[in-house]
Design a protein around this ligand. Structure first.
Ligand code: SAH
Length: 264
């Protein structure tokens, strides 16, 4: 018999929507890169529903990172000898040593900080891993997957596509969670591109997209002048139609803008 966790009340502030649908849990562990060779790091294990299923795949190692103190305590007892439980905030977690090129980072993420978690793994190249498998609200997943000239296209699409090949695995209905979220969810898998557009520091791409998309509906002219410090010479070399709007620029254009900005 499996030990049941005592705690059942979920904390909204920690984005706790536990995955309870066994069919979905089974479907997740059938993703073929999850196998006995895997070294898994699970973000936000909650009551350990997904952890339980991951353990069934007999991975080499499984480490979970959970911010909630009470849950962490329960999980440590429940998974003693099977999974390591670290009671930390993932956004403040910089213990690079536990990550390596075989690591699979997986999580039914707390939705209030899911994009921050993704961006952390985009910008900080000291985290090594083989793949990320993350659950998002469907609307957020659509923004990550969006293409140029669409309404969902924005900073998240550009940043994610700079680093990753991204695929949607499947969508999940609110009824698969407890408590039920208001919206559908999507599970995405991210693998690092073998050849990324070379940038000294992707934080520059983050900065440029932030400046441009803060003026989402405006022409890019003003922002481009601001980014390139009114330097008309450089700006004319960009060969850019300054009457376009941020969502009309291909992600490749953003990468090369970031590269030019790095050389200022
Ligand atoms: N994976 C579980 C729970 C998902 S809910 C399941 O599918 O059932 C999201 C989980 O992330 C909760 O357990 C919540 O406590 C945890 N969490 C929230 N913020 C976090 C943070 N900053 N760092 C680590 N875990 C966090």
């Amino acid at each position: 018999m499996q030990k049941k966790l005592v705690k059942t009340k979920s904390k909204k502030s920690l984005g706790q929507n536990f995955l309870v649908d066994k069919n979905i849990l089974k479907k997740i562990i059938e993703i073929n890169i999850i196998n006995s060779e895997s070294e898994i790091i699970e973000i936000g294990p909650g009551t350990g529903n997904l952890t339980d299923y991951l353990i069934k795949k007999n991975p080499k190692k499984i480490v979970t990172i959970e911010k909630d103190k009470e849950l962490s305590k329960d999980l440590s007892n429940k998974f003693f000898g099977k999974a390591e439980v670290i009671n930390k905030d993932i956004l403040k977690f910089f213990n690079y040593e536990i990550f390596n090129k075989n690591t699979i980072i997986i999580g039914n993420l707390p939705y209030n900080i899911s994009s921050q978690i993704l961006v952390k793994f985009i910008l900080d190249n000291k985290f090594k891993f083989r793949a990320l498998i993350f659950m998002f609200q469907k609307e957020m997943a659509n923004r990550i997957l969006a293409h140029v000239n669409s309404k969902d296209y924005g900073r998240l699409s550009i940043l994610s596509n700079w680093k990753f090949e991204i695929k949607k695995l499947f969508d999940i209905k609110p009824s698969s969670f407890s408590p039920r979220p208001k919206v559908d969810s999507s599970l995405l898998i991210f693998k690092e591109k073998i050849e990324k557009f070379p940038l000294k520091d992707p934080k520059n791409l983050e900065k440029i997209t932030r400046i441009l998309f803060n003026q989402r509906r405006k022409k890019i002219r003003k922002s481009i002048y601001y980014i390139f410090k009114n330097n008309k010479n450089i700006i004319s070399q960009l060969n850019l139609n300054l009457d376009l709007r941020p969502q009309n620029l291909d992600s490749e254009v953003y990468y090369s803008l970031a590269a030019k900005y790095e050389k200022l």
